[in-house]
Write a protein that binds this ligand. Structure first.
Ligand code: MOS
Length: 745
């Protein structure tokens, strides 16, 4: 019978060896003949105008080919026609080198193109700019009077506004038996994947371009380039077979892509543009935010009112929104609710999605407020969650397709040893360290995008699959290979999943923890179609035992088609193709979310996080000594890569709670720690024991695979669990992130 199922096995990444040995190539590593190098000049001022640019000294340097600014930018077909991308928030997309106006610090204001990177970089220091500076505003707190609701746009489907109010919140809160009102502040965070943003454009002539780009969306960037430069879609190929991390920063085409393509088309040469680490701080950040939470309950701990008002930064040209305010009502029922999300436009670049955008910001505030409430009520924090546990989604008044959050709470609490906790703050110690136990809930969306897959059985009887998705390091290649291998009864080695290329069948950008469900379902559809075709062909073979067989009577295993009733009746895929005169059998199918059926349900993944911290009594230093995350995310295709996703996210949670923050100087309008020396991220010594539990969650409604996505859910609960543990250890409620040692002494 059916052997060696790969789905559910902890398979190591297929591209792992290529990555750790350096043979995997990234966007800036592809060789190209007579390659030119572009270096981006960034604005040193925050707001104003460029009055004059003197490029004569730069141009005189041997090896410098061109300095392109708004004064001499080539009049290619761009800027005045459609200029947008699939992830653009409502507003006007920033256009590099459009005119003399400076909208934010670090804005690209020129591109130096030279024979070498070093020459281009040196020449960039020899350009004289004359600026006229204007007054700028870059501090959220100082501009709250400018707060307004975001405009609606295409992205509203993925980032819906918070649900409308219910009951009478103000009255209920006013008269509540027990209540907490708290304000939470989050600093700015910047994306810093290890692979820098880079583009290598191969100029193929006749308007044709082959572009190696650091991106999460090959097709998104292909459409963007074709649209703004007036090229034919089919003439633009965007390739990103390996991506060295991204987590939201690559959802939108970034300015190095635009500048690189512009230079290649203008000079009719191959061009590479690599941004440096400092420039990473000019286009990819999670916005700072202020959240006001007001939760109330009756004396027994039943929630009666939920209020959440969020204020977050955006730019002066786009309305970026992190969906923050509505999450508490997706977890907890309460008759009176009030949710609002407002944005404050500032002289900064547009913020963008950063792992669990909105969710990780919101759940920190929500789950810390629940912790505060538990202390007011004198109820164990876990008990309070269980008391207010909702099987359905109260905000939408719909059932979840599945919700195994209760199992998350119980299994994680057991593994962690939550029952050993003395609830009294500062009551648990270990030598000179205060010990704190904290817990929190996580929730995240379970998205699925439409995707198309081509599947081919070739004359060797091997399966080749094509889809345009990237693998940003999540294990997509491995997971897709596992799914496909099982569907056609093949060994992993006989499946070749080809991806990372805009010429391949459609995939949305890789975001929202959605690609396993999206491309994975498309593989199921393509495999089903292929099995039918193979059976049909096998039935036509001389003396075929499959002549009268239908789908139900056969199975695919060990590279062959088998009859269920008769173990010895089998034909290999190789024989079927040989009978087909050696011509490969192929199919292309779409995987689609069941929009209509799923309208009756709410879709989400859940988690429970339990954290132990040690806080040094004298120094205030915090160490997360151990953490347990239990995750309910439907079917887990590969427990090894899924665990890597969750532990990576847990580390990001530690980072968000205790380390990461970009510091804005309001006078200069500039980030002061735009480098990995001063932008603090955890190192090995900051990470203790991390345990991940995947609870059983069978979901037959969500999609044909039963998967719900395992990336972002690992992050959302952690910051609150850490903050709550810090409170338990020290008795100090720090309502801002990151928490620093000086907050605790
Ligand atoms: Mo992620 S913020 O969905 O790339």
């Amino acid at each position: 019978m059916e052997l060696n199922k790969m789905v559910g096995k902890p398979v190591s990444r297929l591209e792992g060896t290529a990555k750790v040995t350096g043979t995997a190539k990234y966007a800036a590593e592809y060789p190209a003949e007579n390659l030119l190098f572009g270096y981006v000049v960034s604005s040193p001022i925050t707001k104003g105008k460029i009055l004059n640019i003197d490029i004569s000294k730069a141009l005189a340097i041997p090896g410098v080919i061109e300095v392109i600014s708004h004064l001499n930018r080539p009049k290619l077909a761009w800027l005045d026609i459609q200029y947008t991308d699939m992830d653009a928030p409502p507003g006007t997309v920033f256009k590099p080198l459009l005119d003399e106006n400076i909208l934010y610090n670090g804005q690209p204001i020129a591109l130096v193109v030279a024979e070498s990177f070093e020459t281009a970089r040196y020449a960039s220091s020899q350009i004289n700019f004359e600026f006229q500076e204007q007054v700028h505003q870059t501090i959220l707190e100082r501009n709250l009077t400018e707060a307004r609701a975001p405009k609606k746009g295409l992205a509203t489907a993925l980032k819906p506004p918070p649900p409308p109010p219910t009951g009478n919140f103000e009255e209920a809160f006013e008269n509540a038996a027990v209540k907490v009102a708290s304000e939470y502040r989050h600093g700015t965070e910047h994306h810093n994947p290890i692979e820098l943003f880079a583009t290598t454009t191969i100029y193929e002539g006749n308007g044709k371009l082959k572009i190696y780009d650091k991106t999460q969306g090959t097709i998104n960037n292909q459409l963007y380039v074709a649209n703004i430069f007036g090229l034919k879609y089919k003439d633009v190929q965007v390739l990103a077979p390996f991506v060295g991390g991204a987590f939201g920063s690559g959802l939108r085409p970034q300015y190095q892509l635009f500048l690189c393509v512009m230079a290649a088309l203008h000079l009719k040469r191959n061009v590479r543009v690599v941004l440096d680490r400092k420039q990473m701080f000019s286009f990819a950040h999670r916005p700072p935010s202020i959240q006001l939470l007001r939760f109330a309950s009756d004396i027994n701990g039943r929630l009666t009112a939920l209020g959440h008002s969020a204020f977050a930064e955006t730019s002066n040209f786009e309305d970026y929104t992190e969906p923050t305010a509505g999450w508490s009502h997706r977890l907890y029922a309460a008759p009176n609710t009030l949710f609002e999300h407002q944005i404050v436009p500032l002289d900064v670049y547009t913020p963008m999605d950063m792992r669990a955008p909105g969710g990780s910001t919101a759940l920190h505030a929500i789950e810390c407020t629940m912790d505060e409430l538990s202390y007011k009520l004198n109820i164990d924090p876990l008990e309070l969650r269980l008391l207010n546990y909702s099987e359905m989604d109260p905000s939408a008044k719909k059932p979840y397709t599945s919700k195994a959050l209760r199992a998350c709470y119980l299994e994680a609490a057991e593994k962690f040893g939550w029952s050993n906790r003395n609830p009294e703050p500062r009551s648990m110690t270990r030598g000179n360290k205060l010990i704190g136990y904290g817990m929190a809930t996580g929730i995240w969306d379970a998205f699925q995008f439409p995707a198309r897959v081509q599947a081919i059985i070739n004359r060797e009887g091997k399966l080749i699959l094509h889809n345009a998705t990237t693998d940003i390091g999540t294990g997509t290649l491995t997971v897709m290979t596992q799914i496909a291998a099982d569907e056609l009864g093949l060994a992993m080695e006989d499946v070749d999943f080809q991806y990372g290329d805009s010429k391949k069948p459609f995939s949305m950008f890789q975001g929202g923890s959605a690609i396993t469900s999206s491309t994975g379902v498309a593989i199921l559809m393509a495999a089903k179609s292929l099995r039918k075709k193979l059976l049909k062909k096998a039935a036509q073979m001389p003396d075929s035992p499959f002549r009268k067989a239908d789908d139900e009577m056969v199975y695919f295993s060990n590279g062959s088609l088998h009859l269920k009733e008769n173990e010895s009746a089998k034909i290999s895929l190789k024989e079927i193709i040989a009978f087909n005169k050696g011509v490969a059998i192929k199919t292309t199918k779409m995987g689609n979310p069941h929009m209509i059926k799923l309208r009756k349900y709410s879709l989400a993944t859940h988690s429970a996080c339990f954290v132990e911290v040690e806080v040094d009594k004298d120094l205030g230093t915090v160490q997360v000594t151990r953490a347990v995350s239990a995750i309910a995310a439907g079917k887990i295709i590969n427990p090894k890569t899924a665990k890597s996703q969750i532990s990576g996210s847990m580390i990001w949670g530690i980072s968000k709670a205790l380390h990461e923050e970009t510091i804005m100087d309001g006078n200069l309008g500039k980030y002061m720690n735009a480098n990995l020396g001063e932008y603090h991220i955890p190192v090995h010594a900051d990470i203790g024991q991390l345990d991940v539990i995947f609870v059983e969650e069978k979901d037959e409604l969500i999609n044909e695979l039963g998967t719900k996505g395992v990336g972002e859910i690992g992050l959302v609960g952690m910051p609150a669990a850490i903050s709550n543990a810090v409170f338990h250890a020290t008795g100090k409620r720090i309502r801002k992130l990151p928490i620093h040692l000086d907050d605790l002494i």
